[in-house]
Design a protein around this ligand. Structure first.
Ligand SMILES: CC(C)(COP(=O)(O)OP(=O)(O)OC[C@H]1O[C@@H](n2cnc3c(N)ncnc32)[C@H](O)[C@@H]1OP(=O)(O)O)[C@@H](O)C(=O)NCCC(=O)NCCS
Length: 414
C-alpha cells in the first residue's frame, strides 16, 4: 500500500446512527478462527460500545476508507490506585494521630488517571497498512487531552500482531500477567459448606469494606461506589466461619473490621450476560455431542454432581467475580464457599460460565475452582506512561514497579 492510501484512512468518532452495521461486519470478519480450530465469538448485543460504556469516560473510534469501515478501537479512562504511601497527616502530625487513635503504620493509596484500550480490530483485508497504529495514536491523543498519566492494554501472550504493535511501535512494556480463571456452570447446584456463613452486603457496606481493606491494591478504582451501585452488579458477598461473628449477626463494616473473625473472604459479582454473549464456534460434531451428553446426564442425575460441559456452542452469558479478597488462614476455604454460592446464582440466571481474573501470585487462587482448559494462565497487560505531571510523584514511574500479590480487575472492562 502506498503512502497516499494511508492518507486516505480517516479516523473519527463512532456514530451509533450510521456505523453499527459496518462495525459489526469488521467484528464478524475478525472473529473467524483458523480453519478447523475452535474460536470464541463475541456478540455485543447490538451495542459496540457496551464494553466501555460503564466507565467514567469512554470513546470509540472507527477507521474508514471512503465509506467503508475497516477498523475500530475503544478506550476508557478512570482513576485507580498505582501505589501506596504514608499520608502527609500521618507523617507530619504525630500527636494529632495519637489523640485521634489513627493507625500510624497504615499506608494510604496513591491514585493516578489511567486509560485502557480494548477492542482494537482491523479488518483482515486491510491489515499491515498502519491502520491499527493510527487508531492507537489517535486514541492516545484523546487520553492525553483528558489527563491520563498511563495507558494500558490486555492481550493474549501469543497474539504476536498485537504484542508487537504495542511494544515495538507504540512504546508499551510488558507489565503484569494476571490469570483469567474460568469455571463451567454445571446443571447441578454446587454444595456450599455448612461450616461457612455467607452474608450479602449492601453496596454501601461493601464499599466501606473495600476502601478500608483493599484501596491500596493496584488498579483499585477510586469510584468503586459507582461500580457497586451499577445495575450490572449482582451482589456483594462475605463468607465467615459459621458462628464466628462477634455480635451474632452482621453489624456493619466498622464493627466487623474492628474485631474480624479469624478468617473471612469477600467478593462481588458482575452480570456480563446483559452486556455481551460468547459462543464457541468450530467444534466438531463429536465434541458437541459429548458435551451435550454430559449435560443431559447431569440434568437427569444432579445428585451425582457430574462435571458437565455447559452449552457453550450456542450463545451463553457469564458472571464475573471481582473484588476478591480475604484474610486469615482459612481465607481460601471461605473463597471456595463464595465461588460455590456464585456458581449457584449463575446457574439460576442461565449463565454458561463463571469467570474471574486475579494476580498471578494471588494467595486466594487456591480457593477458586476453575477448569485449566478454559482458563488463561497469563493474560498479558502492557503499559505505557503518557505524561509525567499528573500524580503527586510519590510512586515514581509505575511502569517500573514490581507486581503486588493482588490486583483489582475492574468488571467494567472485562
Ligand atoms: C492487531 C491488529 C489490530 C493490527 O492491526 P494492523 O492495522 O494490521 O496493524 P498496523 O498495520 O498498524 O501494524 C503496526 C505494527 O504492528 C506490528 N504488527 C502488526 N501486525 C503484525 C503481524 N501480523 N505480525 C507481526 N507484527 C505485526 C508490526 O510491528 C507493524 O509494523 P510494520 O508493519 O511496520 O512491521 C490486527 O492484526 C487485528 O485486528 N487483529 C485481530 C484483533 C486483535 O488481535 N486485536 C488486538 C487485541 S488488543
Amino acid at each position: 500500500m502506498g503512502e497516499e492510501r494511508v492518507d486516505m484512512i480517516v479516523v473519527r468518532e463512532f456514530d451509533p446512527r450510521k456505523d453499527g452495521v459496518g462495525v459489526e461486519e469488521v467484528e464478524r470478519r475478525c472473529e473467524v478462527g483458523p480453519g478447523g480450530k475452535l474460536s470464541l465469538f463475541t456478540d455485543l448485543l447490538g451495542d459496540p460500545i457496551c464494553r466501555v460504556r460503564n466507565s467514567p469516560a469512554f470513546l470509540m473510534l472507527v477507521a474508514e476508507i471512503g465509506e467503508e469501515i475497516v477498523g475500530m478501537i475503544r478506550g476508557c479512562i478512570k482513576t485507580v490506585t498505582c501505589g501506596k504511601k504514608l499520608s502527609r497527616t500521618v507523617k507530619n502530625n504525630y500527636s494529632y494521630n495519637v489523640i485521634n487513635n489513627n493507625d500510624l503504620s497504615k499506608p494510604v493509596p496513591v491514585y493516578t488517571k489511567v486509560a485502557y484500550i480494548l477492542g482494537l480490530r482491523v479488518s483482515p483485508s486491510h491489515r499491515r497498512m498502519g491502520i491499527g497504529l493510527k487508531l492507537v495514536h489517535q486514541m492516545e491523543d484523546w487520553f492525553r487531552q483528558n489527563g491520563a498519566e498511563y495507558s494500558y492494554i490486555a492481550t493474549e501472550n501469543d497474539n504476536h500482531a498485537s504484542v508487537k504493535l504495542f511494544t515495538d511501535k507504540c512504546g508499551y512494556s510488558k507489565f503484569r500477567t494476571p490469570s483469567i480463571l474460568v469455571n463451567p456452570v454445571f446443571a447441578h447446584r454446587v454444595p456450599v459448606s455448612n461450616r461457612v456463613t455467607i452474608i450479602k452486603l449492601t453496596p454501601h457496606d461493601a464499599e466501606l469494606l473495600y476502601r478500608r481493606r483493599f484501596a491500596t491494591t493496584e488498579f483499585f478504582p477510586r469510584d468503586i461506589d459507582s461500580v457497586l451501585k451499577n445495575k450490572l452488579n449482582v451482589g456483594n458477598f462475605l463468607a465467615v466461619p459459621r458462628g464466628s461473628l462477634k455480635s451474632g449477626s452482621w453489624a456493619g463494616p466498622d464493627s466487623f473490621l474492628s474485631d474480624p473473625p479469624e478468617s473471612w473472604a469477600v467478593l462481588s459479582v458482575w452480570n456480563c450476560k446483559d452486556v455481551f454473549r460468547l459462543e464457541v464456534r468450530g467444534a466438531s460434531r463429536v465434541k458437541r455431542t459429548f458435551a451435550k451428553t454430559t449435560r443431559v446426564v447431569d440434568k437427569a442425575l444432579p445428585f451425582l454432581r457430574l462435571p458437565s460441559v455447559p452449552a457453550v456452542f450456542r450463545p451463553f452469558g457469564l458472571y464475573f467475580m471481582y473484588g476478591l479478597g480475604g484474610e486469615g488462614p482459612r481465607a481460601a476455604k471461605m473463597m471456595k464457599a463464595l465461588c460455590g454460592h456464585v456458581h449457584n446464582l449463575a446457574k439460576e440466571s442461565g449463565c454458561g460460565v463463571v469467570v474471574t481474573e486475579v494476580a498471578n501470585r494471588e494467595p486466594l487462587k487456591l480457593g477458586i475452582p476453575h477448569w485449566k482448559m478454559l482458563s488463561c494462565a497469563e493474560d498479558l497487560w502492557c503499559i505505557k506512561r503518557l505524561g509525567e505531571d499528573y500524580s503527586d510523584g510519590s510512586v515514581g514511574d509505575w511502569t517500573k514497579s514490581p507486581p503486588g500479590l493482588s490486583i483489582f480487575v475492574d468488571p467494567r472492562e472485562f
